[in-house]
Design a protein around this ligand. Structure first.
Ligand code: SF4
Ligand code: SF4
Length: 191
């Protein structure tokens, strides 16, 4: 289920005068603070099976990221085992960080061969800003923002992923594909 920002919201009088909303925000923050401070006690003494707490013990516990989350961009591999990418270079041109590098491959002219494909395709995650422009620019549903953000490493040179490292089966991306289709339909065809 995708979430959209409602930009047509009309503020009430109390929201416009600002102070009650600040107080409401502080109450919510304080409530979370005290639940986090004491919420683990029933769990520790065995009274509850789950901690009533908002923080997560990473990496033992993981967060379920919303579908709109932008983790590292990956390349979709379709059911036939081919990349959807046709090496058009639009994502490369749209990337504000200049971290995508594509070399188109040459078709040898044999029948049933892919007409256009990337011979080399790399993304340097050390400079990627996870903006999602590449995903937005792609006309072939070939590059998608995944929910993977665990790419920290000690050597920045290893953060440049090649085509094989970027390859992700489309079946693993189907929720994101649906989300992007809905998002594009909304932007392109609704007032
Ligand atoms: S997410 Fe943004 S910065 Fe990263 S590769 Fe895509 S366009 Fe470039
Ligand atoms: S990922 Fe999409 S935009 Fe980028 S080169 Fe391939 S087909 Fe073109």
């Amino acid at each position: 289920m995708a979430y959209y920002v409602n930009r047509t919201v009309k503020l009430t009088f109390w929201e416009k005068i600002y102070l009650p909303e600040i107080i409401r925000g502080m109450i919510i923050t304080s409530r979370h603070f005290f639940i986090n401070l004491f919420g683990f006690i029933p769990f520790l003494v065995g009274k509850k099976k789950e901690r009533k707490i908002f923080t997560v013990y990473y990496p033992e516990e993981m967060v379920d990221y919303p579908i709109a989350y932008r983790g590292r961009p990956v390349l979709a591999v379709n059911e036939k085992g081919n990349f959807n990418c046709v090496a058009c270079g639009l994502c490369e041109a749209a990337c504000p960080a200049y971290c995508i590098d594509i070399t188109p491959g040459c078709n040898s002219g044999k029948q049933n061969e892919l007409e256009r494909f990337p011979d080399k395709f790399s993304i340097d995650y050390a400079i990627c800003i996870f903006c999602g422009n590449c995903e937005e620019a792609c006309p072939e549903e070939a590059i998608f923002m995944s929910n993977d953000c665990e790419i920290s490493m000690l050597d920045r040179r290893k953060m440049k992923y090649d085509k094989e490292q970027l390859a992700t089966p489309i079946s693993e991306l189907k929720d994101r594909v649906e989300f992007v289709r809905n998002m594009n339909a909304k932007w392109n065809f609704k007032n």
